[in-house]
Ligand binder design. Structure first.
Ligand SMILES: [Zn+2]
Ligand SMILES: [Zn+2]
Length: 360
């Protein structure tokens, strides 16, 4: 396709705090690769934490470096195919696509046994420079990537939520919710709001959502939470104990990324309950670990990425059964990336999901 420009505008991450808007060579397709023109790319909490230099991403504090810089950030993208390699048989120019944020190696122990989301190599778009992300005008979906078609009439604000909502669904699947369960979800950011819809589909007896931000709580209510509580305003541990005859909640899903929410969850969960940890933390969490063993014999699960979730989530966002209205609150051009990161990081201006729209 000759109408692809030689160079494109892209945000390039060099080091913590050192992100630059540059003109870089536009990727081209070989083999079965696919090149998309990026319609939009959400700014994830992880992108903001990486920008601010979290050890989890750049190394230090016992972490190996995860980011391979210079890299173009962004894994919450959607785009239109503008070029396919000669071996690509499934996707064509003009298709609208998203891709699992991890590009599996298909050779490691995990990939070979169907657990590709825990791939040992762990190439995730926007963190390693062999799999550059969506904060650019164009982007390569490399060999081995998992791609899905997106209905063309789905507004971009909804299409941008496919990746985060797929992570929400996987996390909720880990909780294995039954229809007699009293569920507490801590955190009503984009991922939490995606979880509200996914939890509703499992029809629990009660869903309580906690957040410090009343506007987000209002949204959670609108999306299907039975009860919403603000830990700044009420003693949420006491409240949950009251509502459960002193037993505590059956299931606690942690989606805030704040250590205090972990501690609070361990306090309000019942004996033999299920605790699911979704978040990525910017600091270490200190709790009495013996609650998990001696006091409560808990089931403790982690949740990472969104294996086998995209197809359902695309369908459910499109048919409205996963509510999305008003989640994308802000859109910025690539030129205004700094403002986008600032607002996404601070939650200022009543923001929930902030997106970068390269064509803006
Ligand atoms: Zn993300
Ligand atoms: Zn692998």
């Amino acid at each position: 396709m000759s109408n692809i420009p030689e160079k494109m505008k892209a945000l390039v991450a060099y080091a913590p705090g050192d992100y630059r808007l540059e003109m870089v060579p536009t990727p081209r397709a070989t083999g079965d690769e696919v090149i998309i023109k990026v319609e939009g790319c959400g700014v994830c909490a992880g992108d903001v934490k990486a920008y601010h230099g979290a050890a989890r991403f750049w190394g230090g504090e016992g972490n190996p470096p995860y980011i391979k810089a210079p890299v173009i950030p962004g894994h919450e993208f959607v785009g239109i195919v503008v070029e396919v390699g000669p071996d690509q048989k499934e996707f064509q120019v003009g298709d609208r696509v998203v891709s699992d944020q991890i590009v599996p190696c298909w050779e490691c122990k995990f990939c070979k046994t169907g657990r590709y989301w825990m791939c040992q190599k762990h190439d995730v778009y926007g963190f390693q420079n062999n799999v550059n992300g969506g904060m650019a005008e164009y982007m390569r979906l490399p060999h081995g990537s998992l791609k899905y078609k997106v209905p063309k009439d789905l507004p971009v604000e909804k299409a941008l939520l496919i990746e985060p909502y797929a992570c929400s669904k996987h996390c909720v699947d880990r909780a294995n919710i039954g229809n007699e369960d009293f569920v507490v979800l801590s955190g009503a950011g984009t991922l939490g709001l995606g979880m509200v819809g996914a939890i509703r589909k499992r029809n629990p007896a009660t869903l309580v959502v906690l957040d410090m931000n009343n506007l987000r709580l209002q949204k959670a209510k609108e999306f299907g939470a039975d009860i919403v509580l603000n830990p700044r305003e009420v003693n949420v541990v006491e409240k949950i104990m009251e509502m459960t005859d002193g037993y505590g909640c059956d299931i606690y899903i942690e989606a805030t990324g704040h250590p205090s929410s972990v501690k609070q969850g361990l306090e309000m969960i019942r004996k033999m309950g299920t605790f699911v940890e979704f978040s990525v933390f910017g600091e270490l969490t200190t709790v009495d670990w013996s609650i998990i063993s001696d006091t409560k014999e808990l089931n403790l699960f982690g949740a990472h990425l969104s294996p086998y979730c995209y197809e359902s989530v695309i369908k459910w966002i499109a048919d409205g059964s996963l509510p999305t209205d008003g989640v994308v609150t802000h859109k910025f051009s690539l030129d205004d990336w700094k403002k986008a990161f600032e607002i996404a990081g601070s939650g200022a201006d009543n923001s929930i999901k902030v997106a970068i729209i390269p064509g803006m």
